[in-house]
Write a new protein. Structure first.
Length: 386
């Protein structure tokens, strides 16, 4: 096939951009300058050293913009190849998405009790505690209504995944399951193991086989190899050594568990997360090859319990990181390191923001208000009415 000189020049231009790690802006007639200014101001005000944002709409149209650097020493520019520590986005991109696939394959039933998959969960308990443990369901864990503690510093006394799991299992419940909402890392550590038992492989293998490989998410991974580290911004200053935590998971318990837990441990790029978000938008319309509409609706269902929680997913509430302009149908999540994703099937848009706001320290609390501003600015740029 013959190509005109103009076409060939355009192809060469795109290839050059890809080789440079730069993503072209596919914005059509939409003006994203207000979003760009917001991101650039955030770097100036040290909300984060740098970030990459991705906004998708319609039939997969994508706008991507990177600002700033890996650190405040400006050692490396953020670009399209930058891989961020997702922190608790792992809960939805990894664990929850894997469970959605397992439910679709009828290998997992979220209405069953946890002890169906983890018999040892109640084996050594007695009395009221044993009764609570035997009634706890997978669904209650996914909704953070399992009665578990929110967090414990297991990393101070355990090492290795099996020891971490044992410590979580042995931690007493705080209240009867179903009676209180409390966001729980412990619950998602258990969910990662439940997915593994239901799927017959490790969570890390199931994520790759059921989610990342089918969706061509080639830069979404756990425990990055040395070759990837140059594309990963550092997170927090290492309290036990010199320099910063870099190329290994920031979350202490996930690190103690070998980086393979259900609550944290994934690293990814904006481009990979865009592929993931696009597939869930298709699922909401019944057009996904991998996530059925029925399963999507099950996990995105809003309950009248005041928690704004689906199964694994946060549901937009008109406040917080979702801003005030996304619809009540939007699902999303945030990560402690400074990451967030929102997917709105009613507006047919998705918003991704990846940062390392914990660099150089987690004491930086400026990102919370910024997330809402970013979400609202993105929706306004797309001229989507509420």
């Amino acid at each position: 096939m013959d190509f005109s000189p103009v076409v060939l020049l355009r192809v060469l231009f795109l290839i050059t951009l890809l080789m440079m790690g730069t993503v072209p802006t596919f914005s059509g007639e939409i003006d994203f300058s207000a979003v760009e200014e917001l991101l650039e101001t955030a770097v100036e005000e040290k909300v984060f050293p740098g970030s990459i944002a991705a906004i998708g709409w319609g039939e997969g149209k994508l706008w991507v913009h990177s600002v700033g650097y890996f650190d405040y020493e400006q050692s490396h520019l953020v670009d399209s190849e930058t891989i961020y520590d997702l922190a608790s986005l792992t809960k939805v991109v990894g664990t929850t998405a894997t469970m959605m696939r397992l439910v679709a394959e009828e290998k997992l039933d979220v209405t069953l009790p946890v002890v169906h998959y983890l018999p040892e969960f109640s084996a050594d308990s007695t009395g009221e505690e044993r009764g609570w443990r035997e009634e706890l369901t997978v669904e209650q864990l996914l909704r953070h209504r399992g009665g578990l503690a929110s967090w414990k510093p297991f990393y101070r006394s355990v090492d290795g995944y099996e020891n971490l799991l044992k410590a979580v299992i042995e931690t007493p419940l705080e209240v009867r399951p179903g009676t209180r909402y409390r966001y729980s890392d412990l619950g998602f550590i258990l969910l990662g193991e439940i997915a593994s038992r239901a799927g017959g492989e490790s969570l890390a293998e199931l994520e790759k086989k059921l989610v990342f490989e089918p969706l061509r998410m080639e830069s979404t991974l756990r425990n990055p190899a040395v070759d990837f580290v140059t594309n990963i911004p550092p997170t927090e200053r290492d309290p036990d050594g010199e320099g910063f935590i870099h190329g290994i998971v920031h979350d202490e318990n996930a690190r103690a568990g070998g980086g393979v837990t259900g609550h944290a441990g994934l690293f990814s790029t904006a481009g990979d997360l865009a592929l993931f978000a696009q597939e869930l938008l298709r699922a909401a319309k019944g057009e996904s090859e991998y996530f059925s509409k029925e399963v999507y609706e099950l996990f995105a269902e809003r309950r009248d319990d005041g928690s704004n929680r689906g199964l694994g997913w946060v549901l937009a509430s008109g406040r917080g990181s979702s801003g005030s302009l996304l619809s009540q149908k939007a699902i999303g999540h945030t990560g402690f390191t400074g990451t967030s994703i929102w997917i709105d099937p009613e507006r047919e848009i998705y918003l991704i923001l990846l940062t390392n706001r914990v660099h150089p320290t987690r004491d930086n609390q400026k990102l919370g208000p910024f997330r809402a501003k970013f979400a609202d600015a993105a929706v306004r740029a797309l001229q989507v009415e509420r």
